[in-house]
Design a protein around this ligand. Structure first.
Ligand SMILES: Cc1cc2nc3c(=O)[nH]c(=O)nc-3n(C[C@H](O)[C@H](O)[C@H](O)COP(=O)(O)OP(=O)(O)OC[C@H]3O[C@@H](n4cnc5c(N)ncnc54)[C@H](O)[C@@H]3O)c2cc1C
Ligand code: SF4
Length: 350
């Protein structure tokens, strides 16, 4: 019986789980494949997070520091679990680095992969340099300048296309990525703050700024920052006759008329795909995948965050698109489950 818990992935989910386990006094072995901890918000250089408005490097940086400072957390970065033997209470993980670690339970916080906008070729990403993704705009905002990659000019007009790689059955992605409406309405405000002369349009099917985000992001973006919302079905993005600007062609679905509008910068609000490594992760850890390729949950209500294998828990965006707050809650809940079930396997002496 090992008293340690193995946490795989050091994004918001894994960091919360590692902290949660350590705060009960148990040891944690944290394995992260990248050399840097923090998950997508750090690896992709997000700017200010929704809904807190705090810079990602500060907010997630605090989560990283808390784990790095813990004497109970042993960190293995830049490596993966290559093999897992044993069972609940007595797993042995062999890392790609060759080291072996013992753990009584395993928490998977292996996250998601950003949709690759190249898979939506008719919308111009990969063809025109001034078609970019929300993650690229996050990086521009973090660097303090909004510019067209083709020639560095400040864009007069920017359009953000929602649901790129989400809610699109033609390319096998039926799910809503949950966070991109809110992120995009926030990006529109951030663009206007950096460049007040830039007009921002958002092309949408539906706006899903759920819960309290409706007021704080959708209405604020529209009323205070003058973001223009266009309900449309996009057909294609091509280059304008001046050879410089981009034409966004589609149908305005409210008035049912074709629309063609020129823009300097077109932004794809990319969705959250299953982690592209999930088939290998499923095989190594002996857990299931759901039909879209996210990791499979066990029974929801009395075995929350169980995977399909005893002693292995799964949560956060490994299960499907989630925001950071939810991922943190999943991480803490998994910590409670992992520690609680290990205590039940080997009750501490009174
Ligand atoms: C453009 C964009 C902007 C966003 N902005 C916000 C925002 O402002 N606010 C918000 O709440 N949410 C935002 N999100 C959502 C946010 O990114 C996720 O909620 C969050 O990153 C999920 O955390 P996670 O730990 O589950 O996964 P991830 O962040 O993906 O972290 C998973 C970690 O596991 C590691 N990993 C993966 N596979 C392995 C493996 N086999 N072995 C070891 N390690 C592995 C990865 O390297 C990574 O470090 C945004 C999403 C997008 C697409
Ligand atoms: S959150 Fe908005 S942009 Fe993202 S997939 Fe859902 S509806 Fe589309």
């Amino acid at each position: 019986m090992s008293d340690a818990v193995l946490v795989v992935g050091a994004g918001p989910t894994g960091l919360a789980a590692a902290h949660g386990v350590a705060s009960t006094g148990r040891r944690v072995v944290l394995v992260e494949k990248e050399s840097v901890l923090g998950g997508a918000p750090i690896l992709s250089g997000y700017a200010k997070l929704v809904p807190s408005g705090e810079w990602a490097k500060d907010a997630i940086g605090r989560m990283v520091k808390r784990v790095e400072d813990s004497k109970l957390v042993e960190i293995h970065a830049g490596t993966k679990v290559a093999k897992l033997d044993g069972e609940h209470g007595g797993f042995t993980a062999t890392l790609a680095s060759g080291k072996t670690v013992a753990a009584g339970a395993v928490i998977l916080g292996t996250g998601f992969t950003h949709f690759d906008a190249i898979n939506k070729p008719e919308w111009g990403f990969g063809t025109y340099p001034d078609v970019v993704t929300t993650t690229q705009v996050e990086q521009m905002i973090a660097a303090g300048k909004i510019a067209c990659p083709s020639d560095g000019r400040t864009p007069e007009r920017v359009c953000i296309l929602l649901c790129v790689g989400s809610r699109d059955r033609q390319i096998g992605r039926e799910w809503c990525s949950k966070i991109c409406c809110t992120v995009s309405t926030n990006l529109a405000m951030e663009i206007r703050e950096l460049s007040p002369g830039t007009d921002v349009f958002i092309y949408y099917m539906d706006i899903r700024t759920f819960g309290l985000y409706e007021d704080k992001f959708y209405w604020k973006s529209q009323e205070e920052f003058k973001t223009k919302f266009v309900k449309a079905r996009i057909a294609e993005v091509t280059v304008a006759p001046d050879g410089k600007r981009l034409l966004v062609k589609g149908e305005d679905t409210l008035v049912k008329r074709p629309i063609v509008i020129p823009f300097d910068l077109v932004v794809h609000a990319i969705g959250m795909d299953p982690n592209e490594e999930n088939p290998q992760i499923a095989q190594i850890f002996g857990v299931g995948l759901e039909k879209h390729g996210f990791l499979e949950r066990g029974e929801h209500y009395t075995s929350t965050f169980a995977s399909t294998r005893p002693g292995i828990y799964v949560g956060g965006s490994a299960l499907g698109p989630e925001d950071i707050d939810t991922c943190i809650a999943h991480g803490l809940a998994m910590a409670l489950r992992a520690v609680g079930e290990l205590n039940a396997l080997a009750p501490k002496a009174a």
